[in-house]
Design a protein around this ligand. Structure first.
Ligand code: NAD
Ligand code: MLT
Length: 314
């Protein structure tokens, strides 16, 4: 009988599962999409669980953790894991923060270009048999100002690529050194307001925390340029959803692109009725390379931690 049991509760790349299964001490069960009520009944039988954003690991779920020692997140964001509750129960929380950086960065670039050139709508209309070139007048990125909010791994890579587009890039991130911004050719602003007030395009790359929830509401939007473009491929709720809808409807915000929602999956969401809001279903990390990266990293880490070898904690 295997010494350790690992439960995978979300879809992760087979490469990660193969790493765990290659270890004869580890039994891996896969129950992607399992609901919390079911999961709660069996979670205590496992030494570790591996999730993505589909499982909300809250205090209730780990109330009686049984054997559970490790929560592994195959990705960056830990907003779906109650780290404090886990720590109280002596459970290690770990993530794979570098595996999907470029995947999320490239989706952001795709979203930015799609939004400023209305590519998804043009595709739809053309395939529906219309040939309407006048309708698809876009905004050029060259010489425009981009504000990156959160100049970490993903934000930094987005900044680099937008510099190659010859955009001016400014950023707001109170937790990084000026030298990091300088090395990226980015002007670091002292306040959020200073960054958003001068931007033609604003992109968000912060984690979702108490501080960043509703970072942007109608109040902040009022300080932005008329016709600004907003991109959020980080987490739903950093930009207040209803305030964004209003601003896109009024034209204050020319267009917005979002990969993430406050509640996922969204049902009858107010974004769906607004033509200048473009959405995708939280696919920022979904490249073969990104999914390979996070699955392999988290599998190695979980394996090492189970065996008492050194590992990286979140
Ligand atoms: P990171 O930790 O490298 O960077 C986050 C940056 O945000 C840091 O530099 C931090 O200082 C900054 N920050 C924190 N609070 C801030 C605040 N109040 N104002 C401004 N800046 C602030 O993380 P990352 O790898 O770049 O990922 C960023 C986020 O992107 C993740 O937390 C995750 O939620 C999201 N993400 C989404 C997808 C997706 O599928 N759409 C994929 C990967 C990551
Ligand atoms: C992350 O935080 O890494 C993303 O949400 C990606 C994901 O898990 O799909």
């Amino acid at each position: 009988m295997a010494k350790f049991k690992v439960l995978v509760t979300d879809h992760i790349s087979q490469d990660g599962i193969d790493i765990l299964r290659a270890d004869s001490d580890i039994q891996v069960d896969i129950m992607a999409g399992i609901k919390n009520a079911e999961l709660k009944k069996i979670i205590g039988e496992y030494d570790a669980i591996i999730t993505r954003s589909g499982t909300t690991v809250d205090a209730e779920l780990i109330e009686n953790p049984g054997k559970l020692k490790i929560i592994g997140r195959a990705g960056v964001g830990l907003d779906n894991v109650d780290i404090e509750a886990a720590s109280m129960k002596g459970i290690i929380v770990m993530n794979a923060p570098t595996g999907n950086t470029l995947a999320a960065c490239e989706l952001t670039m795709g979203m930015m270009l799609s939004v400023v050139r209305k590519i998804p709508t043009a595709n739809q209309i053309t395939k529906a048999g219309e040939w309407d070139r006048k309708r698809f007048m876009g905004i050029q990125l060259y010489k425009k100002t981009l504000a990156v909010i959160g100049l970490g791994r993903i934000g930094g890579n987005v900044a680099k690529r937008c510099r190659a587009f010859e955009m001016k890039v400014v950023a707001f991130d109170p937790y990084i050194k000026k030298s990091r911004a300088e090395s990226l050719g980015v002007e670091l602003c002292d306040t959020l307001e200073e960054a958003i007030a001068q931007a033609d395009v604003i992109t968000f790359h912060t984690p979702l925390t108490d501080e960043t929830k509703n970072l942007i509401t109608s109040k902040e939007i009022a300080k932005m340029k008329d016709g600004v473009v907003i991109i959020n491929c980080a987490r739903g709720g950093i930009v207040n959803e209803l305030d964004l809808v209003e601003a896109c409807k009024s034209g204050k915000v020319a267009a917005a692109g979002l990969d993430v929602f406050v509640t996922e999956p969204p049902v009858n969401h107010p974004f769906f009725d607004v033509d200048n809001i473009y959405v995708t279903p939280h696919i920022g990390a979904n490249t073969h390379e990104g999914q390979y990266g996070v699955a392999v990293i988290i599998a190695e880490q979980v394996k090492n931690a189970l065996h008492g070898r050194s590992y990286r904690n979140a």
